[in-house]
Design a protein around this ligand. Structure first.
Ligand SMILES: [Zn+2]
Length: 301
């Protein structure tokens, strides 16, 4: 049952309840036949109402469970390869880099490879307004408007397994008690807070599904949008234009065995834009493709 079906069911439930409330009272029936008919009607309506309530309750629990359930997803080759390059290199970094990717204007994910057979990546996703690279380093209090989902990518049988470990609602989800200007608790109907938590759980589930949908097996095939310019191998800041284009610093690039894919798109530029601005050339489509291949030499940094 998706969210809109859920809403329809809630509407149906309200209608059934209204119909039940609108029925004349059993004792107001004038004849035996009328009484019996009323009785049957009430019983039938009650049965329907209870069935819907039960289904809605199960659905709510299901949303919560689905957020935390292990979910298999296709492996993203790009990250698997990059991780293998880093971990399998002659001189693996002491601290694993953190890749901060922009998946959409309001969605960022931080992925850190792990040197473990079971856990491939440790990740954090942030979703909401005013998202930037700093969002991943600042304190929770500085971005309460962002929804957060921490998760791990585990090694599966021919696939990845997405396993959420912790989540934070957005302050926009309003799951805390509402207070007025004088910080006095505003009375709210019983269950209203629970309803907001249930709705927030659905948004966490939507966030999980959104991440899985964004990380396709072909991820990065037409560039990658990083929130901050750091070497994908060692995590150090990138300064020169060529390093910035391929997202790998000169040292890591020069090391033998580094055969990571070259990436040429920054968060808001296509390859052609980057090249045109920096070198005054307009790239053809073939040129873009060529730059995405391993054509840049280490010494060009
Ligand atoms: Zn590096």
């Amino acid at each position: 049952m998706n969210t809109s079906q859920n809403n329809n069911t809630a509407v149906e439930l309200a209608e059934l309840k209204a119909e039940m409330d609108g029925l004349p009272h059993y004792f107001d029936a004038e004849t035996e036949k009328e009484r019996n008919a009323l009785w049957d009607k009430r019983r039938a309506l009650g049965k329907e109402i209870r069935a819907i309530e039960k289904a809605l309750e199960a659905e709510k629990k299901n949303h919560k469970n689905q957020v935390w359930a292990a979910t298999s997803m296709p492996a993203v080759m790009f990250f698997d390869e990059l991780r293998a390059v880093i971990i399998g290199g002659d001189d693996p970094p002491k601290r694993m880099p953190k890749w901060r990717l922009k998946l959409a204007d309001d969605l960022g994910v931080e992925i850190q490879p792990k040197d473990s057979a079971r856990v491939l990546f440790d990740c954090r996703a942030l979703e909401g307004r005013y998202l930037d690279a700093e969002s991943f380093t600042e304190k929770r209090d500085d971005h309460r408007q962002l929804r957060q989902l921490n998760f791990r990518i585990l090694h599966g049988d021919g696939c990845w397994i997405f396993k959420a470990s912790a989540g934070q609602y957005s302050s926009d989800d309003q799951t805390g008690h509402k207070v007025d200007e004088n910080k006095r608790l505003i009375q709210e109907p019983i269950g209203a807070r629970q309803a907001r938590i249930d709705a927030a759980d659905i948004r966490l589930l939507d966030l999980k599904n959104r991440i899985i949908a964004a990380l396709t097996p072909e991820f990065c095939s037409d560039g990658i949008a990083l929130l901050s310019q750091n070497c994908l191998i060692c995590g150090h800041g990138l300064k020169d234009p060529v390093s910035r284009m391929r997202l790998i610093g000169p040292e890591c690039w020069g090391k033998a065995g580094v055969n990571a894919p070259i990436l040429i798109r920054t968060s808001d530029q296509t390859a052609s834009d980057v090249v045109e601005r920096r070198y005054g050339l307009r790239l053809t489509e073939a040129g873009e493709k060529m730059l995405s291949g391993s054509t840049l030499k280490p010494d060009s940094a």
